[in-house]
Design a protein around this ligand. Structure first.
Ligand SMILES: Nc1ncnc2c1ncn2[C@@H]1O[C@H](COP(=O)(O)OP(=O)(O)OP(=O)(O)O)[C@@H](O)[C@H]1O
Ligand SMILES: [Mg+2]
Length: 225
């Protein structure tokens, strides 16, 4: 499903002359289908960068990375959008489309996949009800609280049942009850075969839901179960 072989990542810095520092070094691990992994480590350790590699927003600067069985550095660029459609992402900063309602944000992945509108309506309504937003379907992101926006972002990431689900601090704006509901959703997806990776600083949540973790420190994998 996902395999890192000696992967390093360096961001290109347009503003600065000279080589930028490597932010991820010598990553070696693999994730098989349907596993759940926490992604842990201090702020700046490289969690978001690691997720970016997995959702194909950046390419490794060295090493080999396989995502969904494809070597991403060898794959032609035109094949990436098709791969991305199989990856659900909850961004740390949500990235909802501001001109679309909560409903239309969540419907987007289904519409891109060409699902019939009747099914889109039913699935999106049910999903938004599940995350407690049944009454906010037509609200725009600017009219929603941080926690409400985060729940829309979660709904959008899972609605099309992706093969790989990557969540970056998905409980940052949620209360405990909502965070538990999210965990139910994620473990159900993993049970159905989605590979799930969740970056978090929420130690209580991790303690309540023991699972293997990828532990990053200063760009290195220092623990991997
Ligand atoms: N676009 C970028 N250009 C240059 N450097 C970057 C960029 N994004 C992140 N970095 C650097 O890469 C390192 C890892 O950042 P990253 O965002 O992956 O950390 P993180 O573990 O997600 O932190 P947090 O817990 O605060 O979200 C940091 O030193 C950061 O400054
Ligand atoms: Mg981050």
């Amino acid at each position: 499903m996902v395999r890192f072989e000696g992967v390093g990542l360096r961001y290109e810095m347009a503003s600065k002359a000279g080589a930028s520092p490597e932010v991820l070094h010598d990553l070696n691990f693999s994730l098989s289908e349907g596993v759940f992994r926490w992604l842990l480590g201090p702020s700046g350790a490289g969690k978001t960068s690691l997720l970016r590699l997995m959702y194909l927003a950046v390419a490794p600067t060295r090493g080999r990375l396989l995502v969904l069985g494809t070597d991403v550095s060898r794959a032609p660029r035109r094949s990436l959008p098709r791969m991305r459609r199989r990856i659900g992402v909850v961004f740390q900063d949500f990235r909802l489309l501001p001109h679309l309602s909560a409903f239309d944000n969540v419907a987007l992945p289904l519409r891109i996949a060409g699902r019939p509108e009747g099914q889109v309506r039913a699935d999106v309504t049910e999903m938004l009800r599940w995350v407690g937003l049944a009454k906010r379907l037509m609200a725009f992101p600017s009219e929603l609280s941080g926690g409400e926006q985060q729940r829309v972002a979660i709904a959008r990431a899972v609605i099309a049942r992706p093969s790989l689900l990557l969540a970056d601090e998905p409980t940052g704006n949620l209360d405990d009850t909502q965070a538990e509901r999210l965990m139910q959703l994620l473990s159900e997806m993993s049970r159905l075969g989605t590979t799930v990776v969740v970056a978090t600083h929420n130690e209580r949540l991790v303690a309540r839901h023991p699972a293997p973790a990828l532990l990053l420190d200063n760009g290195r994998l220092v623990g991997h179960q």
